[in-house]
Design a protein around this ligand. Structure first.
Ligand code: ADP
Length: 245
């Protein structure tokens, strides 16, 4: 197995409060690695540290090949191949599905630049491939405002893919989805993970059970347990602080 991200002794403080507390873990290439745990456990802060939004007090984050990205800016992190999707979809609802993808592919998200930065042939082919993968090829000329909630989430995942990341961070990708959309999202993540490893924060335990390669349980900023979902869900401490509630 090849490690794509290694987190060593990572601590993030907010005014002396340890939101992330000496975390050590490895993310393996090609996996869908879930972070679970109660509200306030530090899951979002951990994603924020990986994508350069917050700076850790101690520790390091090593990306594939041992590149130390701990002090990289958010832009540098994106450029090295780590994409982050937030919980609320941020597609441009005044634009078509295709136009949203073009904006993402030219890497500059201002509307102004989209008028002047035309995509090239290679980008157009990439966009078509991605639209096919996310199941929105048939809707490429539709205004994105008319998409269903799930479709907006898939479009945003597609927009991240247009930047060719090697690692993607997703915050609650199936929140607000029904079972059918949730399953489609799981199948999509499985497809994508072959080329782009996934770190996912999620509260939907059925989804985690069905689609996780590995699960890290956080509690009060620290790792409580780690392993397959089948293993961690048997851990009495995990049941006490999270699963059994
Ligand atoms: P989770 O995503 O697991 O719900 P968070 O990472 O959002 O947890 O939060 C972990 C802890 O850090 C919480 O106690 C939260 O209140 C605190 N926290 C998060 N962000 C900030 C911030 N910007 N300033 C102060 N405290 C914060």
């Amino acid at each position: 197995m090849e490690t794509i991200l290694q987190i060593q002794d990572l601590t993030v403080n907010f005014d002396g409060f340890k939101a992330v507390d000496h975390v050590n873990t490895k993310i393996e290439k090609g996996e869908i690695h879930f972070f679970i745990g109660p509200n306030g456990a530090g899951k979002t802060t951990l994603l924020d540290a990986i994508c350069g939004r917050v700076k850790p007090k101690t520790g390091s984050i090593l990306f594939t090949g041992g590149v130390d990205v701990t002090q990289y800016s958010e832009n540098e992190i994106v450029n090295i191949g780590i994409g982050r999707k937030f919980q609320v979809p941020s597609v441009f609802t005044g634009l078509t599905v295709q136009e949203n993808m073009e904006l993402a592919a030219v890497k500059n998200r201002s509307l102004f630049s989209s008028i002047f930065h035309k995509t090239n042939k290679e980008q157009e082919e990439l966009i078509d491939d991605i639209l096919d993968t996310i199941g929105l090829y048939g809707k490429k000329h539709q205004n994105s405002a008319a998409l269903a909630h799930g479709e907006k989430q898939w479009l945003e995942i597609g927009m991240l893919l247009a930047q060719k990341p090697r690692l993607m961070l997703l915050d609650e990708p199936v929140a607000g989805m029904g079972r059918a959309e949730t399953e489609k999202t799981g199948e999509l993540l499985k497809k994508i993970a072959k080329d782009c490893t996934m770190i996912v924060v999620e509260h939907d335990m059925e989804f985690v059970r069905d689609y996780s390669s590995k699960v890290t349980v956080l509690h009060e900023g620290a790792i409580l347990d780690e392993g397959s979902m089948a293993d961690v869900q048997k851990n009495q401490k995990v049941i006490d602080v999270y699963l059994g509630r």
